[in-house]
Design a protein around this ligand. Structure first.
Ligand code: GLN
Length: 549
C-alpha cells in the first residue's frame, strides 16, 4: 500500500507549497524510495491550457501532452523524472468524468451527489497515479488555501482516504507567519486559524512547515505546537531561500525526511544526497555573471511584475548557467515597449549577453519581438527562440533576408502574401468548430537533426524527442526559398516532415525551436540547447572584452 502525503496551504497562496512538495519528494527519493507527486487544481477549467499565463503562470506540458500547472514542472525538476497525465487533476476534469459516467447510466439509477461521488473519483485517480508510478510515496499537493470553498471536496477525499488507511496517510500544512512591519514580531495567529479551519474539515495536520521571511524561534514553535496540536519537532522552520533548490537542504537540516519515515514506521533504504548538495554548492559558488534578456509579454499583474509565466525558461537558463559556473542574471524585457521605443530596445539589448524569445500567442508585442530578433541577428547576439520565438525568427528572416515584404504568421494575418508560418492542416477544423481545449499539437515528438549544425553539436545525437504546444508551423511550401536564402532547417520531424529547428550559419548562436526545450531542463541535467546557448554568450562576451582591452 503506497503512502499518501497531502500538502495543504494555510493563510495565503504563493508561499511555496509546490517547492515544499517537490523538496519532500526529493528527500524521500534520496532515501531510496519511489516517489511521485500529484497536483490538484480546484478550478473548473478541465486543464490549464485554456488559461492566460498572467492568470495562473506558465502552462507546463507533460511528455504525454497534458497542459497543466507549473508545479508539475517543479516536480519534474526536483525529482529528475517525467510526471505524466495521471498526476494532474482539476475540478473540471473530475466533475467531467463523474458527469460522463452519469450520462452513461453507470451509477445505475442512483442520485449522483457531490459527496461521496466526487471524492470517490478523486481517490480513484490518486490510486491510479500511485499504481502507474509504482510509488512508495505519493505526495498530493492541493491547490489553493484552507478555508476556500473550492478545495473542500479534496479535503473530504483526503479525510476519507485517511479514515480507511490511517497509517498510510499524512497531512502537511504549509502555512505563513507574517511579520507586520509596524509590530516587528512574527505572528502565529493566522496559522492557528488555518489549523482550526482544517480541523473543521476533519483533518489534523501532522507536520507544519512554517513559512516566513526569517526562521521561526523556539517561542513561536512552542506556541504553534500548543495551539495547533502538533509535536514541537514536527514544526519545521522554512525561511525565505535565495535559491529554491536550497529548500531540500534546509528541510534535511531539520530532519524532515526522517520525521516522515518515522511517522510511517519506515526505515531508510539509502541515504545519498550528495548530487543535489553538490549542485546547490556549485550554484552558490558561481560568481561571474551572464546576463540574459527574456523578451516577452506576460509579465504584468497590476503594479507588480511576475516571472511565473516563463518559469521553465528561467529555470532552464539557471541550470545551464550554473553548470557552466556562471551566475545568471535574467532581465524581463517587455516586447510591447520595443514597438514604440527603439532606443529603449537598443539600450536594453546592448546590455545583455544573450536574448531569449519565449512562447506566446496572439498579436500583442509581436512586432516588438520581431525587432528584437532583427537586433540579435544583425548584432550577432546569441539568440534562442522558443516556439513562437522560432516562428517569429522565421518571419523576421523572411521579411528582411528573403525579400518577402509583409511576411507574417497566419495566426496574426490570415491573408498575408507570404504565410511563412501557417496553421497545421489538422488544426484548421478544430479552430473552426471551437474545439480549443487540449487540441494543439501537444507533448513529445521525435526530431531528426542535421549533421554539422549547432543543434547536432549541442545534442550530440541524430534523433531527439522534445515537447510541443502549438497550432502553427513553418510553411513547407516556402521552405525551399527560405533555405536558398540561408535559413538552415536543422531539425525535422521524421513522420510529418514539420520543421522543428531553424538556425543561421554566419552567427555565433542563432537557433529557434518549434518545441519547448525548457520543459526538459533539470538542475542535475541542464538542457543541451540551453547549455550551448549560454556557452555562446560566454564566448561572445569574453571576445568582446578582449577587443575592448
Ligand atoms: N502561437 C503559436 C502557435 O500556436 C506558438 C505557440 C507557443 O509559443 N507555444 O503555433
Amino acid at each position: 500500500m503506497p503512502k499518501f502525503i497531502f500538502v495543504i496551504g494555510g493563510v495565503m497562496s504563493g508561499i511555496g507549497k509546490g517547492i515544499t512538495t517537490s523538496s519532500i519528494a526529493r528527500l524521500l527519493k534520496d532515501r531510496g524510495f519511489r516517489v511521485t507527486c500529484v497536483k490538484i487544481d480546484p478550478y473548473l477549467n478541465v486543464d490549464a491550457g485554456t488559461m492566460n499565463p498572467i492568470e495562473h503562470g506558465e502552462v507546463f506540458v507533460t511528455e504525454d501532452g497534458m497542459e497543466c500547472d507549473q508545479d508539475i514542472g517543479n516536480y519534474e525538476r526536483f525529482l529528475g523524472e517525467n510526471i505524466l497525465k495521471t498526476n494532474y487533476m482539476t475540478s473540471g476534469s473530475v466533475y467531467l468524468s463523474v458527469i460522463n459516467r452519469e450520462r452513461g447510466l453507470m451509477y445505475k439509477g442512483k442520485c449522483v451527489e457531490t459527496v461521496p461521488h466526487i471524492p470517490e473519483e478523486i481517490i480513484k485517480r490518486l490510486n491510479i497515479a500511485a499504481q502507474k508510478n509504482k510509488a512508495d510515496f505519493v505526495l498530493v499537493e492541493v491547490g489553493g488555501t484552507v478555508g476556500e470553498y473550492q478545495n473542500l471536496v479534496y479535503f473530504e477525499a483526503a479525510r476519507m482516504l485517511h479514515l480507511k488507511n490511517p497509517k498510510n496517510v499524512l497531512f502537511v500544512l504549509v502555512s505563513y507567519l507574517p511579520i507586520p512591519q509596524k509590530i516587528g514580531e512574527m505572528k502565529t495567529k493566522p496559522t492557528q486559524y488555518a489549523v482550526r479551519s482544517l480541523n473543521s474539515a476533519g483533518i489534523q495536520p501532522d507536520i507544519i512547515i512554517a513559512r516566513s521571511h526569517v526562521s521561526l524561534d523556539n517561542l513561536r514553535k512552542i506556541k504553534l505546537s500548543t495551539f495547533c496540536n502538533v509535536g514541537h519537532k514536527d514544526i519545521i522552520s522554512a525561511p525565505d531561500a535565495d535559491n529554491i533548490y536550497q529548500v531540500p537542504l534546509n528541510f534535511k537540516k531539520d530532519k524532515l525526511d526522517l520525521i516522515i519515515l518515522e511517522k510511517f514506521g519506515l526505515k531508510e533504504k539509502k541515504n545519498d544526497f550528495s548530487m543535489w548538495a553538490r549542485m546547490v554548492r556549485n550554484a552558490e559558488k558561481a560568481k561571474k555573471e551572464v546576463k540574459i534578456g527574456i523578451v516577452g509579454k506576460y509579465f504584468g499583474t497590476g503594479k507588480f511584475s511576475l516571472g511565473d509565466a516563463y518559469i521553465s525558461v528561467i529555470e532552464a537558463i539557471k541550470h545551464a548557467s550554473w553548470n557552466l559556473s556562471r551566475k545568471p542574471k535574467i532581465l524581463w524585457l517587455d516586447a510591447e515597449d520595443y514597438e514604440k521605443d527603439l532606443n529603449k530596445m537598443k539600450r536594453e539589448l546592448t546590455e545583455v549577453d544573450g536574448i531569449v524569445i519565449p512562447g506566446g500567442f496572439g498579436s500583442r508585442g509581436v512586432e516588438g519581438k520581431i525587432k528584437a530578433i532583427k537586433y540579435a541577428r544583425e548584432n550577432k547576439k546569441p539568440f534562442l527562440g522558443l516556439c513562437y520565438g522560432m516562428q517569429l525568427a522565421v518571419v523576421e528572416f523572411s521579411r528582411n533576408k528573403a525579400g518577402m515584404k509583409g511576411a507574417q504568421t497566419t495566426e496574426i494575418n490570415p491573408s498575408t502574401k507570404y504565410p511563412v508560418i501557417d496553421i497545421m492542416a489538422e488544426q484548421k477544423e478544430k479552430i473552426a468548430s471551437f474545439k480549443l481545449g487540449g487540441t494543439m499539437r501537444l507533448g513529445a515528438f521525435l526530431c531528426q537533426i542535421k549533421k554539422d549544425s549547432i543543434a547536432s553539436r549541442a545534442y550530440g545525437k541524430k534523433e531527439i524527442s522534445e515537447r510541443h504546444r502549438h497550432r502553427y508551423e513553418l510553411n513547407n511550401n516556402l521552405k525551399n526559398i527560405l533555405e536558398s536564402k540561408g535559413l538552415v532547417i536543422s531539425g525535422v520531424n521524421p513522420q510529418s516532415g514539420l520543421a522543428e529547428i531553424v538556425e543561421l550559419r554566419d552567427h555565433p548562436f542563432f537557433v529557434g525551436t518549434q518545441f519547448h526545450p525548457e520543459f526538459k531542463s533539470r538542475p542535475l541535467e541542464p538542457h543541451p540547447l540551453f547549455k550551448e546557448f549560454i556557452k555562446a554568450t560566454i564566448k561572445v562576451n569574453e571576445r568582446g572584452k578582449k577587443k575592448k582591452n
